[in-house]
Design a protein around this ligand. Structure first.
Ligand code: FAQ
Length: 314
């Protein structure tokens, strides 16, 4: 088969809803796009441990501490499934990690904001995990098998996180005036950055058309954002929280909630490294990576010796 025939065959498989597996033929560009997106997703899960990890030692009760510890640990697990899934495309984990620590690879803008009070933890669970679920439920149907399966598992855990975040926020919103104020303040600060998580508008999204053609994404950034807003309006109302957007209005014609302009200048400045916490996040991740070098070396050496011993014994 020549290259054009291979491409046509590949597209036919995608259009038939088939899943692409690691050993199947795939266009080089499909592989590259997946490595980019999956590794960014993995980095995001790992950096995403920092804002919440900040509150583990200051959780308001033992129960809340256990819940938060488990959640942060789950995010680490998500990062690991995603790095493993990315390795099935021939990528080297060390290169991927070093590309975001010392190079140009991106991670989600949302994790460059500070967690100022414990209410931020509730809101991350509700809004950030809520947005991640909307995005990743779509990705669980992605054409690339290992990525789809990783997202399926991630979504199950994120659903649990979202429910516990919502439950905590509902309690605060029903609490003392000070708790109510903290809950509302956290929602006010996280609402717009959460809408930015879905990426730029479709008209400014250079990757969407290609990713949709290959069924890596099956919905656009704006479609997912709209779906998220529609759900959150109802959930906010149910617990007496207001969303900080004077232009939020139900549109009878479309059956969706219209919302105001997203501050895109802020988004691009965060993506370029100038958000409120970018430098601190990168410093913390680089330190962890460099402090852990001896552990990786010892583990590799142990694995090498074990293999040698087993080779001699057999
Ligand atoms: N932040 O052409 P598009 C989580 C970049 S995990 C930073 O629209 P695409 C779990 C984009 O990379 C959250 N950069 O790109 C958790 C591209 O630049 P490039 C992470 C962004 O790929 C919860 C350029 O802008 N989730 O939350 C962002 O079609 C709680 C143009 O954009 C994933 O990574 C952004 N928000 O769509 C953990 C899911 N948006 O690479 C702890 C997988 C866009 O060409 C606590 N990824 N950019 O240089 C995706 O679904 C997609 O890649 C999008 C972007 C939607 C993020």
């Amino acid at each position: 088969m020549d290259t054009q025939q291979q491409l046509d065959e590949f597209q036919k498989r995608i259009d038939n809803g088939e899943t692409i597996e690691p050993k199947d033929w795939m266009p080089e560009r499909y592989r590259k796009q997946l490595i980019r997106m999956m590794s960014q997703h993995a980095h995001s899960e790992i950096v995403g441990m920092l804002p919440e990890g900040n509150w583990i030692t200051r959780a308001p009760s033992l129960k809340r501490k256990m819940v938060l510890l488990a959640k942060v640990q789950d995010e680490a697990g998500h990062g690991l499934y995603l790095y493993s899934a990315t390795e099935t495309l021939g990528a080297e984990r060390r290169e991927l990690v070093e590309d975001y620590l010392y190079g140009n690879a991106k991670y989600s803008s949302i994790f460059n904001y500070p967690t100022l009070t414990y209410a931020d933890i509730c809101v991350i669970g509700w809004l950030v995990d809520g947005a991640a679920i909307v995005n990743q439920t779509m990705l669980a149907k992605s054409s690339y098998g290992p990525y789809a399966r990783a997202n399926l598992r991630i979504c199950k855990e994120e659903s649990f996180h979202k429910k516990q975040g919502y439950e905590m926020l509902a309690k605060m919103a029903d609490g003392t005036p000070e708790q109510q104020r903290m809950a509302q303040d956290a929602v006010n600060r996280w609402w717009w950055p959460t809408l930015m998580m879905f990426g730029p508008h479709d008209s400014d999204s250079p990757n969407s058309a290609e990713l949709i053609k290959w069924a890596v994404k099956t919905k656009t950034n704006d479609e997912l954002r709209q779906h998220f807003v529609d759900r959150m309006v109802m959930e906010a109302e149910a617990i007496g929280i207001s969303l900080p957007d004077p232009n939020l209005k139900y549109n009878e014609e479309t059956g969706h909630w219209d919302f105001g302009d997203i501050p895109w200048d802020e988004f691009w400045s965060v993506v370029k490294g100038d958000g409120p916490m970018n430098r601190e996040r990168m410093r913390a991740r680089r330190k962890a990576y460099e402090d852990g070098e001896w552990v990786r070396e010892a583990a590799m050496e142990y694995a090498r010796k074990k293999k040698l011993r087993e080779g001699k014994a057999s």
